[in-house]
Design a protein around this ligand. Structure first.
Ligand code: P6P
Length: 319
């Protein structure tokens, strides 16, 4: 029987195998969302005594959500290999058309305080035969589909197959994803910024100039007051930007000379959504989607959202 999500996918310019894969990702996100929603009851909050490839303390839910994604039967033979924030190496499956790259729980430290978290995914074309890491290291411009599920007051799936961005919210009673926003678009300008202000002393001059002008409000060159939000959950902050505009920044800073966010399964899928919604996503200067990856887990600076604001930061860098 056709569901609202499968009806939507049937209208997308995509092969049937990709539509089937997106439906399988939606099912996985529904299962992960349930695990998140019941984590306190099931004793699944908190950390394990182990670190992931990022050198970050793994949360119980990180591992449980990752294990859910590794269940090969989910993918119906459409996926050749999985790549996860939680696994150092690629995870080969039987040969399929696609590579599925994901962060199973983004912002997992928020679970313990009942904050917003999400699952981010990216779909790339797989070559014939066994998959090597080099096959995965494709620029974000070559993504076939991308999206996230956000586990908040609603459980919402936001996705693109290259023809705009749409949002579906989960009907917890029926398990169906119902379209709630046919087309998400980002206003070109904003008066709302999202950044972790505690890193101010580490920022590049262009970022410090941009934020200081926002903080100067009406009395400064911007001639208007700005608002600030910071959820410490990329999916939550990005969902707000896609919903009402804004600029989200996790820039490269002087501590390590690299960014915090990961290119393959955070920045690239989110940048695809942002561009499809009419916004811009850069590393502070250049489009994220044009970056040629050289490592599965490489980090990148991220400045994304309302076009005019992202351009302003890049212009300050070039000034
Ligand atoms: P900070 C979550 O750990 C994450 O990867 C993103 O979801 C989020 O935007 C960022 O890190 C928060 O970082 O340094 O503010 O805790």
């Amino acid at each position: 029987m056709l569901t609202p999500l499968s009806r939507f996918l049937a209208e997308q310019p995509a092969p049937e195998s990709l539509r089937q894969l997106i439906l399988a990702v939606a099912d996985a996100c529904r299962d992960i969302g349930h695990a998140v929603n019941t984590s306190a009851i099931e004793g699944l909050t908190g950390a394990l005594e182990q670190e992931n490839v990022q050198g970050e303390m793994q949360k119980k839910l990180d591992v449980i959500a990752n294990d859910m994604m590794l269940e090969a039967r989910r993918w119906g033979g459409h996926v050749s290999a999985l790549v996860s924030e939680e696994m150092e190496e690629i995870y080969p499956l039987i040969s399929g058309e696609y590579l599925l790259v994901f962060d199973p729980i983004d912002g997992s430290s928020n679970v313990d305080v009942n904050g917003v978290v999400g699952t981010i995914f990216s779909v790339l074309k797989a070559p014939e035969g066994p998959i090597a890491e080099a096959d995965v290291l494709q620029p974000g411009r070559r993504q076939l589909a991308a999206g996230y599920a956000i586990y908040g007051p609603q459980t919402t799936l936001v996705l693109t197959l290259g023809a705009g961005v749409s949002a579906f919210s989960l009907d917890q009673k029926t398990g169906d994803w119902l379209m709630t926003t046919p087309r998400m678009t980002i206003p070109a300008s904003t008066r709302e910024f999202a950044i972790n202000m505690s890193n101010h002393r580490h920022w590049m001059p262009s970022v410090r100039r941009y934020i200081d002008e926002c903080l100067a409000g009406k009395t400064g060159v911007r001639g208007a007051d700005f608002n600030m939000r910071w959820l410490a959950s990329m999916v939550g902050d990005v969902h707000r930007v896609l919903t009402r505009g804004g600029i989200f920044m996790y820039p490269v800073d002087s501590r390590k000379g690299i960014g915090k966010l990961r290119l393959m399964y955070e920045a690239n899928p989110i940048a695809f959504l942002i561009e499809q919604a009419g916004g811009l996503a850069t590393d502070g200067v250049n489009p994220i989607l044009d970056i040629q990856p050289d490592d599965l887990h490489q980090r990148v600076g991220v400045v994304l959202g309302s076009r005019e604001e992202v351009e302003r930061v890049a212009d300050y860098h070039k000034a």
